[in-house]
Write a protein that binds this ligand. Structure first.
Ligand code: NCD
Length: 359
């Protein structure tokens, strides 16, 4: 096989022409995780190891001695949190994850307070940030921006890793990691994620979390995916093509009630109306059949789980929160643990976590 090409060795156009598998290799450094840009770059072994590390960290963090140990791990590192698109959970969980490992954080949450208002390009801004940090976690409304920045930095003096914390309508890989971790824990005593049926509901066209998670689910055996959405908001053809290419089992439809009894997990999403071409466009779409009400709960399997990346609107009735199958508030906390695990992979200290846990 050809030697994998590093990001610094390829032009932007060559990078765009690469297969996902080739791209994934170019995001590594010395055969290890470096940039975190797309969900497809993770393989099953990494997903299992990340989950196991997250669980070790959550157990270690219970004691003061454990927290002191964790805080010493990356006390020599600084993270730049560049979040120019609204965020509550992703921002707070990355912030908490950094703190748990003793990292210092610097933040940009609004380009109005950075030199971008003086006309500086995002490329130059990110290059500047790389001078003051050891990792850049970035959320942006621009699709593919994190990947572009990783490529730009690969030829800079200080090529630090970029972590995509949500890019436009295309990808949200770390949300997909926490969703997988939540599913791993939910199905721990029921054979894991293999052969489970996952039903995605809502705005699947513009929901980046669904696009990333549906790709990670292809890393497991015999998973069936349903995409249930009003026709104008149905999942993109690009994702369905990738599912076909990986031999995955899926169905596209609009009858939520019909598939409810089959689901092992239901993944609800809100209407992403901030992407409407004309403000208010998606209000014209009838979404009444794409929500989960208390009366639906009796249709679900006794062990089914209900997920949501949050924030929610009316697509899950608040009464559903009391059902033990609702795990979306657990997902929020899992987001912190999995992001700690991810940082220990990037900075190569997952082994010391394992040793401390085993001691
Ligand atoms: C999601 C996002 O930003 O894509 N939120 C999150 O990160 N948990 C989902 C959304 O905004 O609907």
């Amino acid at each position: 096989m050809q030697r994998p090409r590093a990001l610094s060795e390829v032009s932007w156009d060559q990078l765009q022409a690469m297969s996902l598998a080739e791209k994934a290799l170019s995001f590594q450094k010395n055969g290890r995780l470096f940039h975190v840009l797309i969900a497809q770059q993770f393989d099953r072994r990494q997903l299992e190891e990340l989950g196991a590390t997250a669980t070790r960290v959550r157990q270690i963090a219970k004691s003061k001695a454990g927290m002191d140990f964790l805080r010493a791990q990356l006390s020599h590192k600084t993270a730049m949190l560049y979040f120019t698109q609204p965020s509550s959970r992703t921002f707070l969980s990355f912030h908490s994850a950094c703190q748990m490992l003793g990292m210092k954080t610097v933040e940009v949450r609004d380009t109005a307070t950075s030199s971008e208002v003086k006309g500086e390009t995002q490329e130059d801004s990110v290059r500047t940030f790389s001078s003051f940090s050891d990792v850049i976690v970035m959320r942006s409304a621009v699709g593919g921006l994190a990947e572009k920045m990783a490529w730009v930095l690969s030829n800079a003096e200080r090529p630090v890793p970029i972590v995509n914390a949500g890019s436009g309508k295309d990808q949200h890989p770390t949300q997909a990691l926490l969703d997988i971790y939540t599913l791993q824990r939910s199905f721990e005593r029921r054979g894991g994620i293999d052969r489970k049926t996952i039903v995605f509901v809502g705005d699947l066209l513009r929901g980046r979390t669904v696009r990333s998670l549906s790709q990670l689910l292809t890393k497991f055996e015999g998973v069936k995916q349903y995409f249930i959405a009003p026709e104008p908001l149905q999942i993109g053809k690009d994702i369905l093509d990738l599912l076909r290419a990986s031999g995955s089992d899926f169905e596209v439809g609009a009858d939520f009630e019909k598939v409810m009894p089959e689901a092992d997990a239901i993944y609800m999403t809100r209407i992403q109306d901030e992407w409407d071409e004309q403000k208010g466009d998606s209000r014209k779409i009838d979404i009444s059949r794409f929500s989960l009400a208390a009366e639906h709960l009796k249709r679900l399997k006794p062990h089914a789980v209900i997920l949501h990346p949050l924030p929610r609107r009316q697509e899950i009735a608040v009464e559903v929160d009391h059902d033990p199958r609702a795990v979306y508030w657990r997902q929020v906390r899992n987001g912190m643990w999995i992001r700690v695990a991810l940082l220990t992979f990037i900075f190569d200290c997952a082994d010391s976590i394992r040793e401390f846990h085993g001691a």
